[in-house]
Design a binder for this molecule. Structure first.
Ligand SMILES: [Zn+2]
Length: 249
């Protein structure tokens, strides 16, 4: 969760309850519970005691601050074929709601943790990513929480701009690049195409951003969560082990 997001929300609403809700709701999309089969986008987190107090709708932040310093631009990923967010997002990021990334030191892998997803079409993926963005921005966040999304067909989609700190690992968002693979890998296996693209993307970003393999993690290695699911966790374990694809980067 972006700490600054929460501060802005409290200021805007004047309600401490909303601020608490924004903080504890930080893991939507890849839920914090170890229980598999959590609900669809927008469902409250079952363990979240603040859900009942939270308003159903967050008023949008309507104006940029006057003191924001634009973060330094990052070069484009060296991997080819990343689909720009203009191809799927129906709303622009709200950078004034996020802290700047100020350098990337970690990479964290997620699943979306919703219903199993096997649709390998462009449109199907775009629709699901936009639904996640809607859920996240509906909480008052700057944008979708992850920086990249990978679909079952192996496409790589640009999500939150890399210049902005993500919202994907509670208490560990600073300098942390978030990659989400669409699907629920407690309940399904990732496609080989998705895993191959994930490995290619991670390898590319490790080289480009000089992130060591020891800083390539999964969500469950940083927090109490089932994310990215048993099946994707196994693939991540394999690719980082001796002889694995990422070990050779
Ligand atoms: Zn996650």
């Amino acid at each position: 969760m972006n700490r600054r997001d929460a501060v802005k929300l409290v200021i805007r609403t004047g309600g401490a309850a909303l601020g608490i809700s924004a903080m504890t709701g930080a893991l939507s999309g890849c839920a914090s519970s170890r229980r598999p089969g959590l609900g669809t986008i927008g469902d409250p987190i079952p363990d979240d005691p603040s859900v009942a107090r939270a308003p159903t709708r967050v008023e949008p932040w309507v104006g940029p601050p006057t003191t924001t310093t634009p973060p330094a631009p990052l070069p484009s990923p060296s991997i080819s074929g990343v689909i720009s967010r203009s191809h799927w997002a129906r709303g622009a990021p709200r950078p004034w709601l996020a802290d700047p990334m100020n350098g990337i030191r970690h990479i964290t892998v997620h699943h979306d943790g919703m219903s199993p997803f096997t649709n390998s079409t462009w449109g199907g993926a775009a629709h699901r990513i936009e639904a996640i963005r809607n859920a996240h921005t509906g909480k008052g966040w700057a944008d979708i929480g992850y920086h990249y999304v990978i679909d079952p067909g192996g496409r790589i989609w640009q999500a939150r701009p890399l210049e902005l700190q993500g919202a994907h690992v509670k208490s560990a968002n600073p300098h942390n690049l978030g990659i989400c693979v669409l699907g629920n890998f407690e309940r399904q296996r990732p496609t080989n195409a998705a895993v191959q693209s994930l490995e290619n993307l991670i390898a590319s970003e490790m080289r480009r951003l000089r992130v060591p393999l020891s800083e390539v993690r999964t969500h469950q290695e940083l927090a109490a969560t089932a994310c990215p699911g048993r099946a994707l966790q196994a693939r991540m374990n394999s690719t980082r082990s001796s002889g694995g694809r990422l070990r050779r980067v």
